[in-house]
Design a protein around this ligand. Structure first.
Ligand SMILES: C[S@@+](CC[C@H](N)C(=O)[O-])C[C@H]1O[C@@H](n2cnc3c(N)ncnc32)[C@H](O)[C@@H]1O
Length: 326
């Protein structure tokens, strides 16, 4: 089977492998292939690989030594990995337990297996999980060279948004004063600060803010990160007219916070606005709400309309990158 690989000269092989491993991008079920002076390093997500790497498609040998859950089950189960926790979304308890056992018996580096028990819910957007194998739900997840400590049972985190967060982070530089209005454990705030920005993360979930502080220390950016526990509407006066960049990842209800966003925005501010809408007009409701909130105070330019992922049948998770100029 052909798989996406990074093609690199032998001399650059080890630093390239190390960089891809740091980004958690190596497809470790395949061997690295050698052809003369050229190496082919299989990767899990070619789109997430930094632009400097050349991606090609190539038939490479499967790694024989690793036993994967599919080898034990006879079917390929779907799961996500968050640090050393494996996330399942199975309706049947029996099938979930069968998959969990196979994961434990396989060579996957997994300490805990959990199965989704609810949608994200309430103000803090946390799900219920059933622990099927292992003990704690606390883990350390790596994404694009950043480390995030978190506990799935007490904070929101979705590994599926990694590519999207990276897309946004790449727009940030040291001149930015950024506020993530719904920051969670910091998956926007930390990479922003790593790129030199001054970053503020606000969250109503105090546990998430504790993790955000820990993650700032873990990633060596505590001097550029301010973490505030509370309702963003109540702290906005402290940062009025301050932000050059705002992140609003609270789909379904972000529109109710647009007046606060306008209070926080400086003279020239980029707003990354996440929404979930019907596929027929996924961008229009957000765009209209932003224009209404900005009123005559700002010129509004939509710089990007992006489909992030399909959320449910006929529903799209989208992002609008919008420039507000006073
Ligand atoms: C969908 S999560 C996004 C977290 C993070 N930005 C990410 O992408 O992983 C939304 C977050 O908003 C927080 N939240 C909800 N209402 C809030 C409010 N009024 N003020 C501040 N944070 C709030 C929740 O606790 C939750 O952590």
């Amino acid at each position: 089977m052909e798989v996406p690989c990074v093609r690199v000269g032998r001399e650059e092989g080890e630093p390239t492998r190390a960089r891809l491993a740091e980004l958690d991008l190596i497809a470790d079920t395949y061997e690295i292939d050698v052809d003369g002076e050229t190496l082919y390093i299989p990767v899990t997500d070619p789109e997430a690989a930094p632009d400097e790497f050349e991606i090609v498609s190539r038939v490479v040998p499967k790694r024989e030594t690793q036993t994967m859950p599919a080898d034990l089950l006879g079917f390929d189960p779907s799961y996500e990995r968050l640090g050393d926790v494996v996330l399942l979304d199975e309706d049947s308890e029996e099938r979930a337990l069968e998959i969990a056992q196979a994961i434990v018996d396989s060579d996957l580096p997994a300490e805990t297996v959990v199965n989704k028990q609810s949608k994200v819910k309430g103000e803090t957007r946390i799900r219920d999980w059933e622990v099927l194998a292992g003990e704690g739900t606390e883990t350390v997840h790596r994404e694009y060279g950043c480390e995030f400590a978190l506990d799935l049972e007490s904070v929101y985190f979705s590994p599926r948004l990694a590519t999207e967060r990276h897309r946004v982070a790449q727009q940030v530089d040291e001149r930015d004063q950024a506020i993530d209005m719904f920051a969670g454990v910091g998956p926007f705030v930390i990479p922003f600060a790593k790129r030199g920005a001054t970053a503020v993360g606000v969250d109503i979930n105090e546990v998430a803010i504790e993790y955000l502080r820990e993650n700032a220390r873990r990633n060596g950016v505590e001097d550029r990160v301010t973490a505030i526990a509370g309702d963003v509407r109540e702290i906005s006066h402290e940062y009025e007219d301050w932000a050059s960049r705002l992140v609003m990842n609270l789909p379904h209800s972000a529109d109710a916070f647009l007046d606060t966003a306008i209070d926080l925005a400086g003279d020239d501010c980029v707003l990354h606005y996440y929404d979930i809408q019907h596929e027929d007009a996924p961008f229009e409701p957000g765009e209209t709400a932003i224009r209404v909130a900005a009123g005559s105070e700002y010129d509004v330019t939509v710089e990007t309309r992006r489909l992030v992922r399909s959320y449910a049948p006929h529903e799209e998770n989208v992002c609008l990158d919008v420039r507000l100029e006073r």
